[in-house]
Write a protein that binds this ligand. Sequence first.
Ligand SMILES: [Zn+2]
Length: 170
Amino acid sequence: MEFRDLFVILGSFQNVLNFFVSHKLLASCQQCSRCGSNMELTETTRVNDGYMWRCTNKRCRTWLSRRSGSFFKGSNIPLSTWLHLMFLWAMQISGSKIARLTSLSKPTVIHALSELRTICSNKVLNAGIKLGGLGNTVEIDESKFGAKRKYKRGRVSAGPWVFGVVERGS
Ligand SMILES: [Zn+2]
């Protein structure tokens, strides 16, 4: 993903959602845990994300967070800001600069970056891949290492969506 692509995606919230779905960081479908029916994405002002899953069974109509089962679950950072943050992080921008550029507080950024580091596989981090730099393309790519975020440790097991960041071309 190049810088201009980031701006295009950030221009529309729907694009941000589509980006995370296509990179398997957000679920593309959900089933109701109460009745087993399919859920549909429903626009709502109840959450900043603008959408929640809702059970299609008229007698159930259970709501579920758009972020359910994803890396973003439990985070208050808007999804578009997450994408911005991930991009800057992949470009090796410092935490304090990321805080300035995303208008997040420094502690929030530090926490977010530690979450990102935790879920990124050692394989990616230890490969010595240098990311970003002027004229280079940074690609945010999903992989299925399945570290469990809720334990705040890099446990490798079947679990929610995880991604790695790789550089392509230069
Ligand atoms: Zn239901």
